[in-house]
Design a protein around this ligand. Structure first.
Ligand code: ATP
Ligand code: SF4
Ligand code: MG
Length: 339
C-alpha cells in the first residue's frame, strides 16, 4: 500500500539578487496514515522550507523547482495550482513555532478556529462555533466557551499554541505538520503541548511530521526520523535504530556527546565547522569539511542516498564502517552543547 504522503526528490530554490540559493536539494520522505515522523537537522538545513513547500506556503521568493508530492495516491504536483492548494490544505494542518505571529492579533481566537469549519467544511456559523469550542476543550483549554472570545494577546504562550493546534485540526486534516511547535515555550509547557499533539494523534489517527531541534522530543514522539543536512536527507530510519546505531557521521556527531547511554539525548550539538554554501552546487560530500571520517573518495562526489533494507537509508560512502566509528573517536573531545 502506498503511504498517505510521499515526497519525491523535492527541490526548493530562492532567487536572490546575488545568485540562487538551492535550499532544498532533492528531499524524499514518506508519512503513513497515523504515523509520527521526525525531521531533525541544524539551523538552515531546509526543514521549514520542506514543510512549507508541502502546503504551498513558501515565503517569497522561494519556489519549488522540482520533485513530486503524492497525496493519498494523487500526484498533486500535476494539478493546477488552485486545485493543488485545496487538496494539500484540506489534508494537512500546520502548527508553527511562533504562535504570536501565526495568529491574527485582531480576531477572537475562537473565530480563528471556526474559520476552517465554515469555509472548508461548509458548516453554519452556529455549528462551526460549537466545533471550535469542542476543539478548544480537546486541546486542553479550560473554560473554552469564555476563552472563545479572547484575543491572542490575552492568552499565555502555551494556551496560544494550543489554539494553533486547534486551528490545525479544525479542517479535519489527516496529517499535522508541526515546525518546532514547542521551542518558544518553557519546558513544562512544552511537555504539555506535545502531550496534546500525541493524544490527538492516537485518538484520531492523525499523522504527524514534527520538526525539532530536540532529539529527545523526536525520540519520545516519533516512530521514524529523517536527519537533514544542507538541504538533503542524509539519514533516515526507525528512530530507535538511528539513535542506537547511526549510519551517517552527521547523525553520529549529533549523538556523540551523550556521555551515558541511560541519559536521555537532548539538544542538537554544535559540530565544529560550517555547512556548505547553498549557492554552490555540491561536487563533494557536503559534510566532508566537518566529517571525522572523511576520505579522498568523499571529495570526488556527492554521495547518493543509499537504501539499507528493510527501512533505513544513508548518504555516506563509508557507512559500512559505522560500527567502528565509536572506537575511532573514543579519545577525541566532545563538542559543546547549544540551546
Ligand atoms: N525567505 C528567505 N529568503 C532567503 N533565504 C531564505 C528564506 N527562507 C529560508 N532561507 C534560507 O534557506 C535555507 C533553509 O532555511 P530553512 O528555514 O528551511 O531552515 P531550517 O532547517 O528550518 O532552519 P531553522 O532550524 O533555523 O529553523 C537557509 O539557508 C535559510 O537562510
Ligand atoms: S561520505 Fe565521507 S565525508 Fe561524507 S559523511 Fe561519509 S565519511 Fe564523511
Ligand atoms: Mg525552521
Amino acid at each position: 500500500m502506498s503511504p498517505f504522503l510521499e515526497v519525491d526528490d523535492l527541490h526548493v530554490e530562492i532567487p536572490l539578487p546575488y545568485g540562487t540559493l538551492h535550499a532544498v536539494r532533492g528531499v524524499s520522505l514518506t508519512a503513513d496514515a497515523g504515523e509520527a515522523v521526525g525531521l531533525v537537522g541544524e539551523s538552515g538545513s531546509g526543514k521549514s522550507l520542506t514543510l512549507r513547500a508541502l502546503l504551498g506556503l513558501l515565503p517569497q521568493p522561494a519556489r519549488i523547482t522540482g520533485g513530486r508530492i503524492v497525496l493519498d495516491g494523487v500526484d498533486v504536483t500535476a494539478l493546477p495550482a488552485r486545485e493543488r492548494r485545496r487538496l494539500l490544505t484540506g489534508a494537512m494542518g500546520m502548527v508553527f513555532q511562533d504562535s504570536l505571529t501565526a495568529l491574527n492579533p485582531v480576531m477572537r481566537v475562537g473565530e480563528q478556529i471556526a474559520e476552517a469549519p465554515r469555509r472548508k467544511l461548509g458548516m453554519s456559523a452556529a455549528r462551526a462555533k460549537a466545533r471550535a469550542v469542542e476543539l478548544m476543550d480537546r486541546v486542553g483549554i479550560p473554560d473554552p466557551e469564555r476563552r472563545y472570545r479572547a484575543y491572542p494577546h490575552e492568552l499565555s504562550g502555551g494556551m496560544r499554541q494550543r489554539i494553533c493546534i486547534a486551528i490545525a485540526l479544525s479542517g479535519q486534516p489527516r496529517l499535522i505538520l508541526a515546525d518546532e511547535p514547542t521551542t518558544a515555550l518553557d519546558v513544562t509547557i512544552q511537555a504539555q503541548v506535545l502531550g496534546v499533539i500525541e493524544s490527538l494523534r492516537e485518538a484520531d489517527g492523525v499523522g504527524l511530521i514534527l520538526v525539532s531541534h530536540d532529539l529527545a522530543v523526536v525520540s519520545e514522539t516519533c516512530q521514524r526520523v529523517y536527519v537533514m543536512y544542507a538541504g538533503r536527507v542524509v539519514e533516515s530510519g526507525p528512530i530507535r535504530d538511528v539513535l542506537g546505531a547511526p549510519r551517517h557521521p552527521y547523525s553520529f556527531a549529533l549523538l556523540r556527546s551523550v556521555p551515558d547511554p541511560d541519559v536521555p539525548v537532548h539538544r542538537l550539538l554544535t559540530i565544529p565547522g560550517q555547512p556548505p554554501d547553498l549557492m554552490e552546487e555540491a561536487v563533494e560530500c557536503p559534510f566532508a569539511a566537518r566529517c571525522l571520517f572523511v576520505a579522498d573518495a568523499c571529495r570526488q562526489q556527492n554521495p547518493p542516498l543509499v537504501t539499507l533494507p528493510p527501512d533505513r537509508a544513508t548518504a555516506c560512502l563509508r557507512y559500512q564502517e559505522a560500527d567502528r566509528w565509536s572506537d575511532l573517536v573514543a579519545d577525541s573531545p566532545v563538542p559543546e552543547e547549544v540551546r
